[in-house]
Design a protein around this ligand. Structure first.
Ligand code: SF4
Ligand code: SF4
Length: 435
């Protein structure tokens, strides 16, 4: 029996040969020294297979991390590997075809969150998540990405946000202020902190933005949101559209510089942190001119400085570590200090901290409806681990993780609420002067 063809989408009007050419050109560009070393270093030990939730949840060999990179490796051997001319002359490694690329789409978009768990497990230190990100650049150039992501890409190029035109921001914020009763400064000409939002926080999840406003206002921070740069979006990063990500990240950092802010505060969103904190160095070779902080590290600093005091909850909790802020962002201890300040008795998941499994939604998978059945299978791992803790609260610090976990819970008919660390902090603020 032959395996069923994987689903794929195409964008643009390029012919098949042009698409292959565009992908190969991009792959060759990406094969710098580091990528080449990674390509050469794999010893096919298979250890990464058990690290990937998509492989663990399905048992399917095609979802092993090393298999996801197979096409990239073929391109490397043919085009830039040490014996590339010979490999090409004798056709020792076949050139990737349009069918290969189309079938590859499912492997690097639908079944990879770029979560980096396999990267951490690999004994050779191969950064598989980074290589998948580089492979996505070629797929984007070839017009071969999931249509749901392509749609958001087109919107973001036009609006500077995948969901919100900049000119709508003042009205949206006014509505959030009316709804939650917490002032949100907009377009101030000068501030110390430029606050940004995840796309969902300006739509269905305004509670998180109101929570951030409450904390910042109580702490006496001079802050603003700004039409010039407000959307902490990672859509370019996820899709493989590097010019778009540069546009989105520069909007935040350049706006902060313009208003004299020393800090860009990112919301509870993991990939936005990766895109704005680490990728920004690409576009500011002299050094990123402002401090880019995730909400968790900002809360940790406010608590440590005594500007924010909390009423302890005193119950048990477990915590889902968002991959991009903990494994790839180093904020494991900061998140736990905030949990401790909330007075939680922490019951860790079996796999937690840097070893936590991804929620299954990162890297654009949550927005890719086609991937929903696979995501639901991966969710079972998290569900089982949460249940095993017996904890009363299930907390996380990434809005996208929360959305993914809530979707998983709904699908699995699992009656469990996923709580936001930020919102819990806002709820438990000590109002100075009040008992
Ligand atoms: S763990 Fe590393 S060396 Fe082993 S198969 Fe995976 S990528 Fe290759
Ligand atoms: S980065 Fe994460 S989702 Fe992608 S292959 Fe590795 S473990 Fe799997």
């Amino acid at each position: 029996m032959t395996a069923a063809a994987a689903p794929f989408d195409r964008q643009g009007t390029q012919g098949d040969a042009e698409r292959v050419q565009a992908a190969m050109r991009s792959f060759v560009r990406e094969f710098g020294v580091t990528a080449a070393l990674h390509m050469e270093a794999c010893v096919r030990c298979g250890m990464c297979a058990e690290a990937c939730h998509f492989h663990v949840a399905t048992g399917e060999a095609k979802y092993t991390p090393v298999h996801k990179l197979e096409l990239f490796r073929r391109a490397y051997r043919r085009e830039v590997g040490p014996f590339a001319p010979l490999v090409r002359a004798l056709n020792l490694v076949p050139r990737p075809s349009i069918d290969d690329l189309q079938q590859w789409q499912e492997l690097i978009y639908d079944s990879c969150n770029m979560c980096g768990r396999c990267t951490m497990i690999c004994p050779m230190g191969i950064d598989i998540a980074e290589l998948v990100k580089e492979a996505r650049h070629g797929m984007f150039a070839a017009g071969l990405i999931p249509e749901r992501l392509a749609l958001m890409d087109r919107t973001a190029r036009q609006w500077g946000s995948p969901a919100t035109p900049a000119e709508d921001l003042p009205d949206i914020l006014a509505e959030i202020v009316e709804q939650h009763g917490e002032p949100i400064p907009c377009d101030l000409p000068a501030a110390d902190v430029l606050v940004t939002a995840a796309p969902a926080e300006l739509g269905d999840h305004t509670h998180a933005l109101a929570a951030a406003a409450k904390i910042l206002n109580r702490a006496g921070v001079r802050w603003t949101m700004h039409q010039g740069g407000f959307d902490a979006s990672n859509i370019g990063f996820n899709n493989g559209d590097l010019p778009l990500q540069e546009q989105l990240t520069r909007a935040l950092i350049d706006t902060a510089v313009k208003i004299g802010a020393k800090t860009v505060l990112l919301p509870e969103c993991g990939h936005a942190y990766g895109a704005a904190r680490w990728e920004a160095a690409k576009w500011y070779p002299q050094g990123v001119p402002v401090r880019v902080m995730h909400m968790v590290e900002y809360l940790d600093e406010l608590i440590a400085s005594g500007k924010v005091r909390l009423k302890p909850i005193g119950e048990t909790a477990t915590f889902h570590d968002p991959c991009q802020i903990v494994r790839r962002g180093g904020l494991e201890a900061a998140a736990r200090r905030v949990l401790a300040a909330l007075g939680f008795e922490l019951h860790e998941l079996k796999d937690h901290g840097r070893f936590a499994y991804c929620c299954g939604g990162g890297g654009g998978v949550v927005s890719n409806v086609r991937a929903a059945p696979l995501r639901a299978k991966a969710f079972e791992i998290k569900k089982a681990q949460v249940e095993a803790t017996g904890a009363k609260h299930f907390v996380t610090a990434c809005g996208q993780c929360r959305i993914t976990l809530e979707m998983g819970a709904k699908q699995a008919k699992w009656d469990r609420q996923v709580e936001s660390l930020l919102e819990l902090v806002a709820e438990r603020l000590v109002d100075e002067g009040k008992p």
